[in-house]
Design a protein around this ligand. Structure first.
Ligand code: SF4
Length: 367
């Protein structure tokens, strides 16, 4: 599979263009230590697979940020989903990655082995279908994701209301990206010289939500596509900003519009409202979550089932929080590739396809 991906990518890569952009990067290189953060897990994967780190001058470092929704979901929220799976008469539906993510004491895959009815779905519409097919059961969908997944979840809730599928509900663990960047910068753990901003999330939210970065923090960002030349071009643009002043640029304008996807934003707003949310490694970030509005409360699993969890804790020795804040690279975690591997993941960053630890392990992206 990986070989096929690489073969396809190499077919698409314009080697001469890559050479030219690398030269541009060399010309713009100020020669001092520079740190750029790629916010999105899909960028982390693309950077590792294309060997972008190895193409950059030694003084320019790319670090990964909090852009993997599975990874930033807190242990407490994972424990909550596990608690839902133990309720009588409940079918818990979830995306594939979440089933392997460790909570404080167990994980969904272990609960399934013990007999809980937990089903992996590819989309929220599969969960809705399970609810239609099982009217005597309560079907709860564990909704983990950023602005990219929220519109379809919102649409499913609207459909459930319209079709009166009253045994369907959503445990909304959604998060929104821009506020996490502010939180990260306010924490001040690491000096960041620019952000490679997410392509998919930005396709939904547009350009405006990032404008605070240069205004409030003097840091620029470039919304980037996912091809190697997109990423290198965006890095060159960030270097140019260091010389000429920070701004928010949209390198991915073939997909991302200034105003975002108006219809998708309307769908989110119809069903969700902002709420505070706890991010692994960062803590509570004001207005960075999405809560189901009161008018759809019948479809809010949190309202329908008063489940509480206590004594949640991070996996012992796991440094996912530091990885998500860009403080350490995955291989600096003492458990990386030793006690923690994709076959035996200790933290979510090793489980998720967008998690830095799993990507670094699979792609041997150690520098
Ligand atoms: Fe957590 Fe494993 Fe990554 Fe260490 S290597 S930070 S234990 S996921």
């Amino acid at each position: 599979m990986k070989g096929k991906y690489e073969a396809n990518m190499m077919k698409r890569v314009d080697v001469e263009l890559i050479r030219k952009i690398r030269q541009k990067i060399a010309d713009l290189n100020p020669g001092i230590p520079i740190v750029f953060m790629e916010v999105c897990g899909t960028h982390t994967m693309a950077i590792a697979r294309a060997g972008i780190r190895q193409m950059l001058p030694d003084n320019i470092r790319m670090i990964s940020g909090p852009g993997c929704p599975v990874c930033v979901t807190s242990s407490q929220d994972i424990d909550l989903a596990i608690a839902f799976s133990t309720l009588p008469n409940v079918i818990l539906t979830t995306f594939g990655d979440m089933i392997r993510v460790p909570g404080s004491y167990t994980r969904l895959s272990e609960m399934r082995a013990k007999g809980c009815d937990i089903r992996v779905v590819y989309s929220v519409y599969d969960a809705l279908e399970i609810a239609r097919e099982n009217p005597s059961k309560e079907v709860v969908f564990e909704a983990v994701g950023f602005e990219t997944t929220a519109p379809s979840i919102a649409d499913a809730i609207v459909r459930a209301k319209k079709e009166k599928i009253m045994n369907f509900s959503v445990l909304s663990l959604h998060k929104t990206v821009p506020m996490s960047l502010r939180a990260l910068l306010d924490m001040g753990d690491i000096k960041i010289d620019g952000f490679l901003l997410p392509g998919h999330v930005s396709a939904i939210i547009g350009v405006k939500p990032y404008r605070f970065l240069p205004i409030d923090y003097g840091i620029g960002g470039v919304i980037s596509g996912f091809q190697p030349e997109d990423i290198l071009f965006s890095i060159a643009a960030l270097l140019k900003q260091i010389k000429e002043g920070p701004q928010i640029q949209n390198q991915y304008s073939r997909v991302v519009k200034e105003e975002g996807n108006v219809e998708a934003l309307r769908a989110i707003d119809e069903v969700f409202e902002p709420c505070d949310s706890y991010w692994r490694g960062i803590g509570i970030i004001k207005n960075s979550g999405l809560k189901i509005r009161d008018k759809y409360a019948d479809f809010d699993a949190g309202m329908r089932f008063p489940v509480k969890v206590f004594d949640s804790k991070e996996p012992a020795g796991c440094r996912c929080g530091d990885v998500l804040r860009g403080i350490i690279e995955p291989q600096e975690c003492p458990l990386f590739a030793r006690a923690c591997t994709p076959d035996n993941p200790i933290g979510p960053c090793m489980v998720s396809s967008e998690g830095s630890c799993g990507i670094w392990y699979s792609e041997r992206a150690y520098r």
